[in-house]
Design a protein around this ligand. Structure first.
Ligand code: ACM
Length: 570
């Protein structure tokens, strides 16, 4: 029945509309998933996600044939499941935002009907603020503890040296193992900094008694104790990289967020694993980065037997910078491309075709109830308190939220920060900027002879260069837009430089180094981020400028390198 569900989803994707109506190509499909574990992780702790959000995302997952919802239910910022054994967890560490047992069962049933398993994560022993807010007697340091409101790696850590901890976890997992009927439970295990362990003389004495050489060894002891509990309740344990130690029973599963190398290493030693490094969709990277990140590349060093231990991968939707209103736009449509990576053969890699199909899937996903498309214009209307948001949309075609961990570096956010600005409405992977980039590349390649691309590039640059004049008044009357005024001005400036280069090319002219250097300097200045956004159409304009002013002695590459990015990328 699950195979039939997957087949029907593929069939739905083949429907297309043309002048004759809705048609399906006459084809035979022989299909099977490449990996058995095709996951999406949703973090409900940093920002609570209502059941409606979980359900609509399960619909989206089913549409792209994902089959594991990894539900990150516990972190420093909240414990999100009703717990009968230890009720202070949901009563005191959730701001009353938690899922009842009935809601959890409802979600599990809803997922099961769509061929999706639900793997809950209870992050231990670090990321412990919520646990310890409710039950400080389990802590490694005196406290007091409270729900964490900001983002990062914090010190609160469960005390692994006291029996009370294991009695507590035994009762907790007895209950959770029954509530969550999947074979797997995830215990987190990531980013335990060990500070509170090393500051506690009793814990240090415990380590010395047993000859443990550091917190990692103590965490291994903790993992083994937790594993015994999991095993007792018939569960297999999943954890992040950090839980990995050779010597653990081979039925634990390692989820790698730090690198494919560690995944391969554990596969060599006999452990199954899931890749998440490279699928961190919260980091706002373009779809192609994720699409070309393969859990098991064609040139992987693993033997077939070892390779079979790579179960698949998971996209991770960490929720520091998303609300229920914006989260779908960070998951979709990029996760459709990741889902294809987990399902389709390794050689399916054509980027242009992927983007073409992703654009269509995005509309199908919207029809299922996902809000990644529809919330954006609503957010823009709210920002300007006006109906005509065309100019704001044009700006969003050229800017994206800053990447990787830069958002938190540029501005302090907490759980209470509004996520209602242009940066929150912006696409992670702006389509107009991408199309512009491709058209410019083809245009330069053709020696400025490709007419369609020339028109497309020119028209885009004209729209962009005129946009600030249209937007100026809106920005002036809406303080929440003030932080992107500089972006709007920069878009116009960069576009004018692009048009100038285009005119030079059309005239068959070339410019000298002095002309070039001045323009590169201006383009470089436009890279400065404002409102935690960055202008993503600068590189192709640099290419245009280089193409018409290349001194004989300089390669296109070294010309581009003269214009160095200001925002650092990791
Ligand atoms: C993680 O990103 N700390 C698993």
């Amino acid at each position: 029945d699950i195979g039939a569900l997957r087949g029907l989803e593929t069939f739905l994707q083949l429907l297309s509309l043309d002048e004759k109506g809705v048609t399906v190509p006459e084809i035979a499909i022989y299909d099977e998933p490449r990996f058995p574990w095709r996951g999406l992780m949703i973090d409900s702790s940093r920002h609570f996600m209502p059941v409606a959000m979980i359900k609509r995302n399960l619909d989206g997952m089913a549409a792209v044939k994902l089959n594991v919802l990894h539900w990150h239910l516990v972190d420093d910022q909240g414990f999100r499941v009703e717990c009968l054994a230890w009720p202070k967890l949901h009563e005191q560490a959730s701001d009353r935002n938690y899922y009842t047992r009935a809601q959890i069962r409802d979600v599990i049933d809803y997922a099961a009907e769509r061929g999706i398993r639900v793997v809950p994560e209870f992050d231990l022993p670090g990321h412990g603020s919520a646990w310890l807010t409710a039950y400080p007697e389990l802590a490694s340091a005196p406290g007091p503890y409270e729900i964490e409101r900001s983002w990062g790696i914090f010190d609160p850590t469960i005390n692994p040296t006291i029996e009370k901890t294991y009695e507590f976890l035994d009762a907790l997992f007895a209950e959770m193992a029954e509530l969550f009927d999947d074979e797997f439970i995830h215990i987190g295990g990531d980013e335990n900094n060990g500070k509170h362990w090393l500051a506690n003389p009793e814990i240090v004495a415990f380590m010395e008694e047993r000859g443990y050489d550091g917190p990692l060894t103590l965490q291994r002891y903790f993992n083994e104790r937790v594993l015994a509990i999991m095993t007792k309740y018939g569960k297999r344990m999943v954890g992040w990289d950090e839980i990995f130690e050779d010597g653990l029973p081979k039925n634990v599963v390692i989820q790698s967020w730090r690198g494919r190398e560690s995944l391969f290493e554990s596969a060599r030693l006999g452990y199954s694993g899931i890749l998440s490094k490279g699928y961190y969709i919260d980091l706002i990277q373009p779809t192609d980065d994720h699409y070309h990140n393969d859990p098991l590349p064609a040139d992987s060093p693993l033997t077939p037997e070892e390779a079979a231990r790579i179960l698949g991968g998971e996209a991770t939707m960490w929720a520091e910078y998303v609300s229920p209103e914006t989260v779908d736009s960070r998951i979709w449509p990029r996760t459709a491309a990741i889902a294809e990576r987990f399902w389709s053969p390794v050689w399916v890699r054509d980027l242009e075709d992927m983007y073409r199909r992703m654009d269509r899937i995005s509309l199908m996903l919207e029809e299922l109830g996902l809000q990644h498309e529809r919330n954006r214009p609503m957010m823009l209307r709210r920002l300007c308190q006006c109906r005509d948001v065309d100019a704001l949309e044009v700006l969003l075609g050229a800017i994206e939220p800053v990447k990787v961990y830069n958002r938190g570096r540029l501005r302090k956010h907490t759980q209470f920060s509004p996520l209602t600005r242009m940066v929150d409405a912006a696409w992670p992977d702006a389509g107009p900027a991408r199309n512009f980039r491709w058209a410019v590349a083809r245009l330069i390649e053709s020696g400025f002879t490709e007419g369609d691309d020339l028109d497309a590039v020119r028209n885009t640059l004209i729209t962009w260069s005129d946009n600030h004049a249209v937007l100026e008044e809106t920005i002036r009357t809406s303080p929440a837009l003030a932080d992107i005024e500089a972006m709007s001005i920069a878009l116009a400036g960069v576009s004018i430089t692009g048009l100038e280069a285009l005119d030079v090319a059309i005239a068959g002219d070339t410019k000298n180094k002095e002309w070039l250097d001045l323009r590169l300097e201006r383009l470089d200045a436009a890279r400065e981020s404002h409102g935690q956004t960055e202008l993503v159409m600068i590189d192709p304009v640099v290419d245009l400028v280089c193409a018409v002013a290349l001194p004989a002695s300089m390669s296109a590459e070294s010309c581009r390198e003269q214009d160095a990015p200001v925002v650092e990328h990791h």
